[in-house]
Design a protein around this ligand. Sequence first.
Ligand code: GAR
Length: 216
Amino acid sequence: MTLDVQGTTMARLGVLGSGKGSNFVALAHACNAGKIPASIAIVISDVPDAGILDRARALGIPACYLPPGPFRTKLDEQSEEAYVAALRDAGVDYVVLAGFMRVLKGRFLRAYPNRVVNIHPSLLPAFRGLEAWKQALDYGVKVTGVTVHFVDEGVDTGPIIAQAAVMVEDDDTAASLHQRIQQVEHELYPAAVAALVRGELQIEGRKVRRLTRAGW
Ligand code: GAR
């Protein structure tokens, strides 16, 4: 934690992403606007030329590529240690996954218990895994959406913090549906992360209780 100019406690976020970084930008703007009482201390990517790294540097936020190791869908043990070390060196309190396309395992999650969150582009538990908006379109559902959840060792299985629905239109393409889902992500994720860092969330088994009555 750090203090802002008024002496208020500010959480430090570490953002992990593999893609273009639009959710990271939404989070960074929300931090700058004071909507999340936090600052983004570091951005880490497993993809050397990921857009999220350029977008972080453009905003003056430290950003680095850390190699993920030999596996396609997870970090190997050595890489997990390197990721945790970089986050700890940056004084990170909460880890926010923003399009990070690898599963995190015990070593990482034990370093940040109940402090790692993810955004997923469907209404979980439907359409876990890759390109969830395309899975929803191909399945023919009429409503899909966005889920923010705590991260556990499964694939998109952790306790759910917040969800929002997005209607599927008859003429949607994968791209048009993902675009509308992303617009919702950019509102829901900052609101959920704000509740997290304000200490408003309580986990009871699979259920996440919000201690305030404010809407998302
Ligand atoms: C987002 O739509 C996010 O929900 C998704 O990747 C995209 C990243 O976009 N994440 C997953 O599918 C995780 N299972 P961004 O790089 O523009 O934030």
